[in-house]
Design a binder for this molecule. Structure first.
Ligand code: ATP
Length: 511
C-alpha cells in the first residue's frame, strides 16, 4: 500500500478516536458521504468559521453577512442554470457495475502520469545530488517533456469535449487512453451520461409536482436573491460583498476520500458586487487575498497552488481554484470565480423584479458584476487535520502522535491537570480553570498518569498543558508544557491568561 494511503487511513481513524469526525448513522452501518462532527470536531469547525468570518466580514467595512434558508423558490434553480446544467458526466463499468465520474477517471489517469514525472525527478535528484535543479530538469529532459505533452493533449481533449457537451468524445477519450476500472480491471464502459447533482424533495402535503423543491447545491443563490434587500437595508455602496456560511447538498456520483467529497457539506461563500468592467481587478484582488488568508495559518506555502480553469462553468468568465496538498495529492480547496452579471440578470428575468444598482458616482444604473470566493468548510477542516497529523519519534525512544493544529484553531487551548487527586490540587486546578474558561476552551483532567494525559492532549492538539503540583500551592506557579516543543516551564498562575491570549491572538494571525 502506498504510504499516503496509510497516512490518510491513520488520519481518518484518529479523527474518530479523538472525537473529531464520526460516520453518520454509524450504528446502522453508516450513510455514505455523510459525517457527524464530535466534541472536538465541532470546536475546530467553529474556530475555522470564526476565523473566516473575522477576516471576510468583520475586517471589511464593505462586507456584511447573511443567513438565508436552504429551501428556496424552485424557479431560483431554473434561473441559476442548475436544473439544466448542474450535471456531472457519469460512466459505469459493465463488469464491476461500479459508477464513476468520467472526468475524474481521466484526471486520475493524468495524475498517474504526473506521478511518473515526480518519480523521474526523485531519481535524477539522487543521481545529481546538490547540483539538481528541478525547474531546469522538467523543462529540458526529453522523457519528461514527452510526458508533459501527453498531459496537455489529454487535458485539451477533455476540456473541449466537456465544454461542448460532447459526451461521446469523453467516452472516446477514456477508450483511447485505455482507462480500466480499478475494481474489475476491464475497459468495458457504458456510454457517458449527464447526471444532475441536485437533491429533490417536496414541500407540503400535495404530491402534484407544483411544490417540488431542491436542497440548495450552493449558498450563493440565497445571496443573489437578497442582493437588493441587503444593499438597501445595510446601505451598501458598490463595491461591496455579502458573506454567508451554510449547508449545501449535492448528490455526488462518487463520494469518497472521507470529508473531502460529501453529499451534505458546508460552504463559506462571499459574493462581491462590482461595477461592470472592474471584475478582473477584483478577481485578482480576491485571489491574492484568499491565498494570504490560507498562508496566515502557516501550514506551508508550498502546500498551496492556484489552478486556473480552462473549462469554465456556464456563469463564469474567469475561475481559479486554490488547491491544497492533501495526503492524496493537490486538490481543490477553494474556488474564486468571476461570475459576471449572469446570476443577477437571470433572477431579474425570471422574477420580473429589477436587480439593479444606481451608481451615484457615474450617475448610471446597472446590474453589478460578481466575484465570488467559495470555500468548503469541511475541506478546510480536512486541510487542517491532515496537515497537523504527525507521528514523532522522541529522543527517549518513545513515539507520540500529535496534532499540530494552528493554536488559534485548536479545539482546546489548554488542559489543566492536577498532578494528583489530593492535597488541594484539584481545587486549585479548578480555580485556574475558572479563570481561563470564559476566554479559552479548556479541559480539566485528573485521570491517569501525567505522561498519559500529556499524550492524550497531544493527540487532541491542545497547545498548552498546565500542571498543578505541590509547588503550586506554595508559590502559585504551575508547569506550562508546550505541545510542539514539549518544553516545560515554570510560570506564575497570574501570567497564564496573557500567555495563552498571545498565542491565539487573532490580530497577529491576520496581520
Ligand atoms: P469539485 O470540482 O471538487 O466537485 P466544485 O468545483 O464543484 O468542486 P464549487 O462548486 O466551486 O466546487 O464549490 C466551492 C467549494 O465547495 C469547493 O471548493 C469545495 O471546497 C466545496 N465543495 C464542493 N463540493 C463539495 C463536496 N461534495 N463535499 C465537500 N465540499 C465540497
Amino acid at each position: 500500500m502506498a504510504n499516503y494511503e496509510d497516512i490518510f487511513k491513520k488520519v481518518v481513524s484518529h479523527a474518530k478516536e479523538y472525537g473529531y469526525v464520526f460516520q453518520s448513522s454509524e450504528i446502522y452501518d453508516g450513510l455514505a458521504a455523510a459525517y457527524d462532527y464530535g466534541p472536538n470536531g465541532v470546536e475546530l469547525k467553529n474556530n475555522i468559521k470564526n476565523y473566516w468570518w473575522k477576516s471576510m466580514v468583520n475586517m471589511h467595512e464593505n462586507i456584511v453577512g447573511l443567513d438565508s434558508s436552504i429551501f428556496m423558490h424552485p424557479t431560483t434553480w431554473k434561473a441559476s442554470g442548475h436544473i439544466d446544467a448542474f450535471n456531472d458526466p457519469l460512466v459505469d463499468n459493465k463488469d464491476s457495475k461500479k459508477r464513476y465520474r468520467a472526468d475524474v477517471l481521466i484526471e486520475d489517469h493524468i495524475a498517474k502520469i504526473e506521478a511518473k514525472i515526480d518519480k523521474d525527478c526523485v531519481k535524477a535528484a539522487k543521481r545529481f545530488g546538490d547540483a539538481f535543479n528541478r525547474e531546469e530538469f522538467v523543462t529540458t529532459n526529453g522523457r519528461i517533456l514527452d510526458r508533459q505533452k501527453q498531459i496537455d493533449a489529454i487535458n485539451e481533449k477533455m476540456n473541449t469535449s466537456l465544454s461542448s457537451g460532447d459526451l461521446e468524445g469523453v467516452k472516446a477519450l477514456i477508450e483511447e487512453l485505455d482507462i480500466k476500472c480499478p475494481v474489475s480491471g476491464t475497459n468495458n464502459w457504458t456510454d457517458v451520461r449527464q447526471f444532475n447533482l441536485m437533491f429533490k424533495t417536496q414541500m407540503g402535503a400535495t404530491a402534484d409536482g407544483a411544490s417540488d423543491l431542491y436542497l440548495r447545491p450552493e449558498t450563493a443563490q440565497g445571496i443573489f436573491v437578497n442582493f437588493l434587500n441587503v444593499q438597501k437595508t445595510a446601505r451598501m455602496k458598490i463595491p461591496f460583498g455579502i458573506a454567508q456560511i451554510g449547508k449545501a447538498f449535492r448528490n455526488e456520483i462518487v463520494a469518497r476520500q472521507f470529508i473531502f467529497r460529501m453529499r451534505e457539506f458546508e460552504q463559506m461563500e462571499m459574493q462581491f458586487f462590482v461595477r461592470p468592467g472592474e471584475e478582473m481587478k477584483w478577481y485578482d484582488y480576491w485571489k491574492e487575498f484568499r491565498m494570504k488568508w490560507h498562508n496566515s495559518l502557516a501550514m506551508g506555502e508550498e502546500n498551496y497552488r492556484f489552478h486556473d480553469h480552462e473549462n469554465l462553468a456556464h456563469y463564469a468568465n474567469a475561475a481559479a481554484d486554490i488547491e491544497f496538498k492533501f495526503p492524496f495529492g493537490f486538490k481543490e480547496l477553494e474556488g474564486i470565480h468571476s461570475r459576471t452579471d449572469f446570476d443577477l440578470k437571470a433572477h431579474q428575468e425570471h422574477s420580473g423584479k429589477k436587480l439593479q444598482y444606481f451608481d451615484p458616482e457615474i450617475g448610471e444604473s446597472y446590474v453589478p458584476y460578481v466575484v465570488e470566493t467559495s470555500i468548503g468548510l469541511d475541506r478546510m477542516f480536512l486541510t487542517v487535520l491532515s496537515h497537523s497529523f504527525r507521528e514523532e519519534q522522541l529522543e527517549n525512544g518513545e513515539s507520540r502522535v500529535v496534532l499540530k493544529i494552528p493554536a488559534l484553531l485548536a479545539p482546546l487551548k489548554a488542559a489543566i491537570l492536577p498532578l494528583t487527586k489530593k492535597d488541594g490540587m484539584p481545587e486549585k486546578a479548578r480555580e485556574i480553570m475558572k479563570s481561563l474558561q470564559v476566554d479559552f476552551n479548556c479541559q480539566y483532567e485528573e485521570k491517569d498518569s501525567i505522561g498519559k494525559r500529556y499524550r492524550r492532549q497531544d493527540a487532541i492538539g491542545t497547545p498548552y498543558c498546565i500542571t498543578v503540583d505541590h509547588q503550586t500551592l506554595e508559590n502559585n506557579t504551575v508547569t506550562l508544557r508546550d505541545r510542539d516543543t514539549m518544553i516545560q516551564e515554570r510560570v506564575s498562575v497570574e501570567k497564564l491568561h496573557s500567555i495563552i491570549a498571545e498565542k491565539v491572538n487573532i490580530a497577529k494571525y491576520l496581520a
